[in-house]
Write a protein that binds this ligand. Sequence first.
Ligand code: IMP
Length: 498
Amino acid sequence: MAQIIDGVSRTFNEFLLLPNRTRTECATETVDLSTPLVRHARGERSAIELRTPFTSAIMQAVSSPELAIALARNGGLSFIHHNRPIEAQAADVRTVKNFKAGFVASDTNVKPADTLGQLQELMVRTGHSTAAVTDDGTGSGRLLGLVTSRDFHPQRHDADEPVASRMVPVDALACSREDVTLSQANARLWDERLDCLPVVDGEGRLRHLVFRSDYSDNKRFPDQLVDAEKRLRVGAGVNTHDYRERIPQLVEAGADALCFDSSDGFSDWQAQALVWSKKHFPDVPVGGGNVVDAEGFRFLAQAGADFVKVGVGGGSICITRDQKGIGRGQASAVLDVAAAREAFAEETGQYVPICSDGGLVHDYHMSLALAMGADFVMMGRYFARFDQAPGAKLPTRDGFVKEYWGEGSNRARNWQRYGQGGQGLIFEEGVDGYVPYAGDLSEGLAVTIAKMKSTMVSCGAMTVQEFQSTARLTVVSEQSFQESHATVAVRETPDSVA
Ligand code: IMP
């Protein structure tokens, strides 16, 4: 006969924090949000500490290099998604590692024969008003010119006119070579009254653009998450199918941490993959998941996981609970796993951080997750709303939205995450939809961080660790809230209604 677990499966919506005494020295300016990312001896420090407790979901609609850069600059970490050829994922990791503050990779690029109509469309899509004209229409092709929104107007110029007729050709542009420093580039921008300075290599191929508007950018990010060489940190998702080939290339590309990405991490496949990874790359941190209980945590921690992700069925785009009847309220899952992490640390002296993944709808849910014992959180929907996320920004009657789709949707077809037997998806476990557009990541995250710090101050906690050990929570009602489908308008596609 099946075993019934004691206790109700509870969600974050059912809890509130009680204020604790706030000491005079406890203020939002003094609250420290740093938190361990990877396994370490109890009482010592983790080899990687996040400066803010946020990671972005291993999803096509979320963790692009642009988002990874923005998040690392704000102290968190992205895990670049893996449902594609290894070279493409490794290239994204390299993009983040090669990022130089102030030097941006051009994302709005055209060929000289492209039309002004196509250029206009591209500018709307990327939201940028400066485009590089290159021989192959990529951001690393040979630079032929620049064209900005000041060089043409849809009402004055024919949409069929080629870009070449309106661009400023490369001979008439001020350009710098690759060895230029940010302060030299900035000096040229001001001395020569330029808005944009292209940086090219010895063969005239475009490497970066430096914009006057980014001038004081670096000072805005005191909490950047960087490695010993001051390069931004980035993680990468891996799967239990091609890890023997994928992991070496990601490590070579400079990934700071890896994470096995599975909707159900309590499996022999994942344990074997973790053991392999730790044997061949002992110095590269690798996380595992997802699990929802003490047994699952212990299984992965014993297999060598450097952190464990918690959460099944709670994601906003997730329909696993409806499709397979599997999952657990995220609050119950985090509380159970956090207790297991403490017991494991007591027994082995090893602290294995845990991550609450999915189903965080309100900013205060993130604080609740930490209070309940999570060391950091992972979010998809939250980050998909920002400019830096890869989904298209689209106008609707009610304002702008961004596309957001689950890894188990027909659009993503991430069969490596959703083992349903064989290659390919037999049924969907995620939806394809939209989320409300939320602007720039740094601005949005600043508000979330302010709320989190304010919550911690009310609870009298100056660090995440203190918050975890002193928080008092109360259950607010018996009513169970549905965690999934938060503010995602489901797009009815022929596939999803079939
Ligand atoms: P969110 O922050 O609530 O949007 O949840 C994001 C999390 O949902 C991810 O980190 C994954 O763990 C999980 N996830 C991603 N895609 C799917 C899907 O298609 N079905 C179920 N869960 C998913």
